[in-house]
Ligand binder design. Structure first.
Ligand code: GDG
Length: 726
């Protein structure tokens, strides 16, 4: 059985004189998963500062024995910096579209990193390489990357319980890049809704320049898959509770306390995202014209939350003031309209309240999902009530049979309340039946299972990007046995890393030294074979005894020659004027894009355009060109931030074949990173040794991860060839 190491900021326990298991939403979700699929371990902070080493050990021992929980102990100042500070005062407001509530302190970031690191260490001690690690929520956003560094092959998932906001909001956070990079350490990142996933993709693209395809982001350490998993609730637990005598007693008590009154219920942590002041305004508006004040009660269950954070203290004062004012204004001798409970209530009371409430008013300004809405639905059976639900809760996407409202629109919420109270039983029943079916079918168990199934399903992280020692030995052996050798080396992305601007990617001293060494080996003819123009290649490498091949094989220049020559002068280039006209149109329509004219090709570059707009236009352009040029001797290539049209008679493969023929080499060593290099790789001749640099499908025989590793391989080859020549 596979071990699932679940990691959340808090362990679901309360540590005092005794230790009790606390069942939060996540506990409920995972309870379902513990059947026969996984053996669960849970890593997290136990929620209380424990300083005495002996007591720490005692608690750790108990938690492990009793629940299979592994505590990460944090000091008071770590909790302040990591949890109250960075997570709740800087990240939470940004994730909830409220940058004006954000506070930031550089020290918090340091603590956030330290605490995430502490979690990483604890997990690495606890989990072996085969375990699946599932990290939860915004308190641990850099953890996946820390784990990935230590364990390249470990299966790691991350689920974000909050919304992921649009890039325009997320970019406000001072550590936006580090946070997003942190998540990309995971194999799978899950969100409640497609909207959040979309925002994340666009943020990854805009912040890091990484494009994502089919819900996966490719980056330097592999792929991160993205998925939508709307969290569900532990419906059976509510059903079982409602069937129990304990709950029957709680219900009886509530009926007695609020006899003769219809109940409108709200349940939440006291948080500024939950829209409590706006809701109270709506209630105020509603009560101002409601005739039957004796027969209606609003029960607010507000659980104290993050009381050390200033905004939460302020909110509590504001809410208490508003409640006081409304109660003062609308109280009668028999009733006070708002029954405000600023405390958690017992589970049986919660379930009883859910089942008895005529209306549940769930009106967050923004909410990742909102479990309360689903829990209310799950508890509606006989004579069901009505759910009034904010359209800004993730749950609104699934619970579309609720009365959905814009929580900022006081009048609309007041009207919805009236409509809910007036709704005929038939309609209530019909709406609730559909929602209930969904909430019970797609419950917490289903959520956790679908996330874990996907996490397990995604193919093994490939380590083929790193060449093994055996492969290196095979390659070196080919060189050892060859007589005359030609090197066909691509430049950008192969010998040299990409830069934001092509002209910045000039060869540094390491590359110049390598080229110098290659030209010095007696039995070797070097070719630098690139898409760049002749002038650029000559400026950089003109002084070496190297054959330069420019424009993907259109032009070449022998060492010491006076002129550049064309490799295939007889090709048909009559298509160029028509294509140029189209590309110029796209240049005009797409700010930041430019057209480059080459001898055998025309290129539209959109590296500097808005990434999404640029990529959209590039797809449109490529489509248009495919249609327009279907019967002409051209190739259309949509590459890294370019769309290129080139003659089919001209390509690196054709050029290389000619040089191989003329030079009568025993071995052709070709290396490159993109589609244009595939024309060399696909020749698949026995006298070729091909190396692809980086990710992506390829016909090359071998692969290395990046230019740095490719240069290291070249050095090894040169060491061998030089020692052979001596
Ligand atoms: C975050 C996201 C997302 C509340 N009062 C009492 C009580 N509760 C329980 C409810 C419910 C849970 O607390 C609250 O969950 P929510 O989903 O409504 O909200 P957050 O706490 O903000 O949770 C949210 C969630 O993570 C899961 O991904 O849906 O969007 O913000 O289960 O029942 N339970 C008891 N007494 C109370 O007084 N026993």
């Amino acid at each position: 059985m596979q071990t699932l190491v679940n990691v959340s900021n808090r362990l679901p326990v309360t540590v005092g004189k005794t230790i009790r298991q606390a069942s939060g939403g996540l506990t409920a979700a995972l309870e379902g998963l513990l059947s026969d699929a996984f053996r669960l371990k849970w890593v997290g902070w136990p929620g209380a500062p424990v300083s005495a080493a002996e007591r720490r050990e005692e608690i750790a021992h108990f938690l492990l024995q009793e629940y299979n929980y592994v505590p990460v102990y944090l000091t008071r100042s770590e909790v302040n910096g990591h949890y109250h500070g960075f997570a709740n005062s800087s990240l939470w407001p940004i994730l909830h579209y409220m940058p004006n509530y954000m506070h930031y302190d550089e020290q918090w970031w340091e603590t956030y990193l330290e605490v995430n690191q502490r979690f990483a260490e604890c997990i690495l001690e606890t989990a072996d390489e085969d375990a699946i690690i599932w990290v939860h929520d915004y308190q641990l956003m850099v953890l996946p990357r820390l784990l990935r560094r230590a364990r390249p092959k470990q299966r790691i998932g991350f689920f974000l319980h909050t919304p992921f906001p649009s890039y325009e909001i997320f970019r406000c956070h001072p550590k936006r890049v580090e946070l997003v990079e942190g998540l990309l350490g995971a194999d799978l990142v899950g969100f409640h809704t497609y909207g959040y996933l979309r925002h994340f993709r666009s943020t990854v693209l805009r912040l890091l320049g990484l494009e994502s395809h089919a819900a996966a982001v490719a980056h330097d350490t592999g792929h991160t898959h993205l998925g939508v998993y709307p969290i569900g609730i532990n419906a059976p637990k509510f059903e079982a509770e409602l069937a129990s005598p304990r709950s029957a007693r709680a219900r009886q008590q509530i009926r007695k306390n609020f006899a003769g009154r219809r109940i409108v219920l709200s349940v939440e942590r006291l948080d500024y995202t939950k829209g409590i002041p706006n809701r109270l305004d709506a209630i105020d508006r509603f009560l101002s014209s409601y005739p039957d004040l004796d027969r209606l009660v609003f029960i607010f269950v507000s659980v104290p939350s993050r009381e050390s954070v200033f905004e939460y203290q302020q909110l509590r004062e504001q809410v208490q003031r508003q409640v006081g004012e409304i109660n003062g204004r609308y109280a009668t001798m028999a009733n006070s309209p708002i029954h405000f409970i600023y405390n958690p209530i017992k589970f049986e009371e919660l379930a009883a309240l859910y089942s008895l409430a005529d209306v549940c008013l769930v009106t967050p300004l923004i909410d990742g999902m909102n479990l309360v809405a689903k829990e209310y639905v799950a508890c509606q059976d006989e004579n069901p009530g009505v759910l009034v639900l904010s359209e800004f809760a993730g749950a609104a996407e699934e619970l579309f049979n609720a009365l959905t409202v814009n929580p900022y629109d006081v009048g609309q919420v007041a009207d919805a309340l009236q409509r809910a109270l007036d709704m005929p039983e038939d309609e209530r029943r019909q709406r609730m039946r559909q929602m209930r079916a969904r909430v019970t079918a797609f419950d917490a168990q289903h959520w956790a299972k679908s996330f874990c199934d996907d996490l397990v399903k995604h193919e093994e992280r490939t380590d083929s990007l790193d060449m093994s020692a055996e492969t290196e030995a095979v390659i070196l052996d080919r060189f050892r046995r060859a007589g005359r050798i030609a090197f066909f080396l691509d430049y950008d992305g192969s010998l040299r890393e990409f830069e934001s601007e092509p002209h910045l990617a000039s060869p540094d001293s390491e590359i110049l030294e390598l080229v110098n060494r290659i030209q010095g080996v007696p039995s070797v003819d070097p070719y630098i074979i690139s898409g760049r123009d002749a002038q650029q290649l000559e400026t950089w490498f003109g002084s070496f005894a190297v054959t330069l091949v420019a424009e993907h094989g259109y032009l070449f220049h022998r060492p010491g020659a006076r002129r550049w020559e064309t490799l295939n002068a007889s090709g048909d280039f009559s298509w160029k004027p028509r294509v140029l006209e189209v590309l110029r149109d796209y240049e005009g329509e797409t700010p930041g894009s430019v057209v480059e004219e080459k001898g055998s090709a025309l290129v539209w570059h959109y590296r500097k355009s808005d990434p999404e707009f640029g990529s959209w236009k590039a797809h449109a352009l490529a489509g248009e060109l495919y249609e327009m040029l279907a019967n002409l001797p051209v190739e259309i290539h949509h590459g890294k931030k370019i769309v290129e049209v080139s003659s089919i008679y001209v390509n690196k493969g054709a050029a290389m074949e000619r040089f191989m023929r003329e030079g009568r080499y025993d071995l052709g060593f070709c290396a490159g990173d993109d589609q244009t290099d595939e024309t060399m790789f696909r020749l698949e001749r026995d006298d070729l040794l091909s190396v692809k640099i980086g990710e992506g499908a390829t016909r090359a025989r071998y692969r290395v991860r990046d230019p740095r590793r490719f240069r290291a391989l070249l050095r090894q080859i040169l060491d061998l060839l030089e020692s052979r020549a001596q």
